[in-house]
Design a protein around this ligand. Structure first.
Ligand code: MG
Length: 138
């Protein structure tokens, strides 16, 4: 049974049915995440686009938006490599640009992420010469 008063999904999963946590983590689905831990990406997307519009930033040239996303990823990479304290902020910049692009293009990125996670979860791999090779799409 699922505990609804746990503070984290890890605690919640470990309390479900006694199955070892590591195994349960590999099999979890979106339904396993407690509602309190979920972020409403749909609302965030809308806020990001509203901020762009309010500030007069680009909302029409998608090439520019993708370039900015790559720039932010490069900044995050540099922050990681140089052990800078703003790595989290740079990763957030990447996500903000991605969510902004999704909102401009009418894509619910939260739903897409959940769907892709499920697709990835069903995929099976076999290590061949130390390299994981997909053997089942799911
Ligand atoms: Mg940045």
């Amino acid at each position: 049974m699922v505990s609804m008063n746990s503070d984290t999904w890890k605690m919640r999963i470990s309390m479900t049915d006694g199955t070892p946590t590591r195994l349960k983590l590999a099999r979890r689905t979106i339904l396993d995440y407690p509602v309190t831990d979920m972020i409403d990406l749909s609302s965030i997307q809308k806020d990001i686009l509203a901020n762009k519009i309010a500030k007069g930033f680009n909302t029409t040239d998608m090439n520019e938006e993708f370039i900015h996303t790559f720039e932010e990823l490069a900044e995050a990479t540099a922050a990681y490599r140089k052990k800078l304290p703003d790595l989290g902020e740079e990763l957030a910049d990447v996500m903000i640009y991605l969510l902004g692009i999704a909102e401009i293009l009418g894509i619910d990125l939260g739903r897409e992420i959940v769907a892709k996670m499920e697709k990835n979860r069903k995929r099976e791999y076999l290590k061949i010469d130390g390299v994981p090779v997909r053997t089942k799409e799911g």
